[in-house]
Design a protein around this ligand. Structure first.
Ligand code: MLT
Length: 333
């Protein structure tokens, strides 16, 4: 293979090596040259939402370190389960990558009849970032804090619509926990992602959202929606003015939406390792980490930025959440 490389200029050798690899003649050669063409990063939610924005930040930086473009593709629907399926069934060659999170790669397995197995058909690459949710409302809602909001929601529950990214999405589960917490029955409106849902919240089509901080923080800062509480134990470093759920009157209503990267099962180890290294390089870049911090995203420890770290974490989350989600009897209607 090295001889072939010496004989041909790099540009001519690359497609030939890929073709040989495709015929099963030289898998090692493909691994050495990977990536020789653009990589597709499949976002299972709408453009402009939290997963999409994270994908674009990571994709741009990872592409730079791999010397190839990372193309973001939005394959949406059914709380992200369609987009994840697109990757689970794609060729295991390193050119199709799944970005997803707690609900797409954990919760969906307990709610949907998936035609793929979240653990067996996808190989973890790295965990990348985690953010809590914000309880946010349209500005016309007459509540100054979470306690007032809960009282208002309970009194007006037949008029309150909550925007979600589909049945089982993080934004939906957050809303279900909240309605159970305050003892109300709310109407959930599914969107193809919380990007478009947030636009409808600003416009007043819906009243409430349990939205990833990275999505709604800019709109809270701009005064376009009202942010009541952050669903974690500590305030956000980049938005210390927003109280925690414990402080604001909904103790323990925690929700962490962690994101990761996966490839189809059987992807050559060297290709997966290249993606892993590029993800780690992106997360170590001060410009990327500053942007993520401002959005309310936290970068996981280095031990989680690995296939082993993500695999262990995802399995533990499945063991923890599946019984809870199944007991909550959340159904696709
Ligand atoms: C999205 O990108 O739309 C979100 O990740 C969906 C969600 O938070 O439920």
């Amino acid at each position: 293979m090295l001889k072939l490389r010496k004989l041909l200029p790099a540009r001519a050798a690359a497609p030939l090596l890929t073709a040989l690899a495709g015929l099963g003649i030289c898998g090692a050669a493909q691994a050495q040259t990977y990536p020789v063409k653009p990589i597709t990063l499949v976002v299972p939610f709408a453009a402009g939402g939290p997963t999409d924005v994270l994908a674009r930040i990571m994709g741009e930086r990872m592409g730079r370190s791999m010397g190839q473009t990372v193309v973001v593709e939005n394959t949406t629907g059914a709380a992200g389960s369609i987009g994840v399926g697109r990757v689970a069934h794609a060729a295991a060659d390193g050119y199709t990558v799944s970005i997803g999170h707690w609900s797409t790669h954990v919760v969906n397995g307990a709610i949907y009849q998936l035609n793929y197995d979240l653990l067996k058909d996808l190989d973890p690459v790295a965990q990348i970032a985690s953010n809590p949710q914000l309880v946010v409302s349209n500005n016309s809602v007459p509540a100054k804090d979470l306690k007032e909001l809960s009282a208002w929601v309970k009194a007006n529950q037949d008029k309150v619509s909550v925007g979600t990214a589909g049945v089982g999405a993080a934004s939906h589960i957050g809303g279900i926990y909240y309605q159970n917490f305050i003892g109300a029955k709310l109407t959930f409106i599914p969107y193809r992602g919380t990007g478009p849902a947030l636009q409808d919240l600003i416009a007043g089509q819906i009243q409430l959202m349990f939205d990833q901080a990275s999505n709604s923080l800019p709109q809270v800062r701009a005064g376009k929606v009202r942010g009541y509480a952050v669903t974690q134990k500590t305030r956000l470093g980049s938005a210390p003015e927003i109280p925690t759920v414990d402080e604001a009157g909904a103790p323990g209503l925690y929700m962490a939406v962690w994101h990761g990267l996966w490839v189809p099962h059987g992807t050559p180890k060297a290709a997966a390792a290249r993606l892993e290294a590029a993800a780690q390089e992106a997360l170590a870049d001060p410009a990327v980490s500053k942007r993520l911090f401002e959005m309310g995203q936290e970068i996981p420890g280095k031990e989680f930025q690995t296939p082993e770290g993500l695999a262990k974490f995802q399995k533990a989350e499945i063991d923890k959440w599946w019984p809870l989600i199944k007991a909550a009897n959340i159904k696709v209607e």
